[in-house]
Design a protein around this ligand. Structure first.
Ligand code: ATP
Length: 243
């Protein structure tokens, strides 16, 4: 049973079409990476799928019970402690759930009383992940959550997401333009057409997330980038679309 179904999605901003004919589905417990060049419409797809914006065309069906989102910027409340930031999605105070979510995101009990301004970028993103996990969602949207982090930290955060997805069994749509990341964390990779005209194709990396070795991940990335036509435009940047 699919938990998320997008059918024939199209979208325009102020009359300018940015997406057409987007059809994709995510199964229960499945982590799907959505890759595509900058400006191809990946974030717009995530926002439509999560119901933050209404598509100009097409149909969205959500069969999951609860979702959370993790963005590139952690979007924390600066005036609130880490514990309050993590607990924000809960209807009532629940320190046990806050502590459990913090632990799953690699935070220590003493971090809970700190404030966002005292934290590094990586720590803030851990808080954002803990906030996403706290209400035990069965679906999480990740919109380039680790793009701003350095390579080693990125890797640790990816491992954390893989472990959390396995433990909590959530499904996810994970948006990224980093192919290593897509191969490492997902069950299936969807490639968005460079101009947002549909999903150009899908690839299923061998094995399951968490079991793929670094050299295999790197070799597959090289293969995709240099030998697989599906990925030919992945590094194209539509600079006209950029502010
Ligand atoms: N709120 C908005 N108003 C107008 N145009 C927008 C808006 N949001 C996005 N766009 C435009 O829609 C297109 C797709 O943007 P989107 O952010 O979905 O792409 P993306 O693939 O996620 O890009 P990136 O990887 O750079 O985040 C771009 O041309 C962008 O400039």
């Amino acid at each position: 049973m699919m938990q998320l179904d997008l059918h024939g999605i199209g979208h325009s901003y102020f009359g300018r079409s940015v997406l057409t004919g987007i059809t994709l589905a995510v199964a229960a417990g499945e982590v799907v990476a959505l890759v595509g060049p900058s400006g191809s419409g990946k974030s717009t797809i995530a926002h439509i799928a999560a119901g933050l914006i209404d598509p100009s065309e097409g149909r969205v069906q959500r069969r999951y019970s609860r979702h959370a989102m993790v963005f590139q910027e952690p979007r924390l409340m600066p005036w609130a402690s880490v514990a309050r930031n993590i607990g924000y999605p809960l209807r009532r105070r629940d320190p046990a759930r806050v502590t459990a979510a913090a632990q799953r995101a690699g935070l220590l009990p003493e971090d809970l009383d700190r404030y966002p301004v005292e934290l590094s970028g990586g720590m803030r993103q851990r808080v954002a992940i803990a906030r996403a996990l706290v209400a035990e969602p069965d679906f999480i949207y990740f919109d380039e959550p680790f793009t701003a982090l350095d390579v080693a930290l990125k890797r640790r955060m990816q491992d954390l997401v893989i472990a959390a997805a396995q433990a909590a069994r959530f499904a996810a749509l994970f948006i990224t333009h980093d192919l290593m990341e897509a191969i490492r964390i997902s069950h299936r990779i969807l490639v968005l057409d460079a101009r947002g005209h549909g999903i150009a194709g899908a690839r299923v990396p061998p094995g399951v997330p968490g079991t793929r070795g670094e050299s295999a991940i790197f070799a597959l990335r090289q293969h995709y980038l240099h030998e697989d036509p599906l990925f030919a435009h992945i590094h194209d940047i539509d600079e006209r679309a950029r502010p």
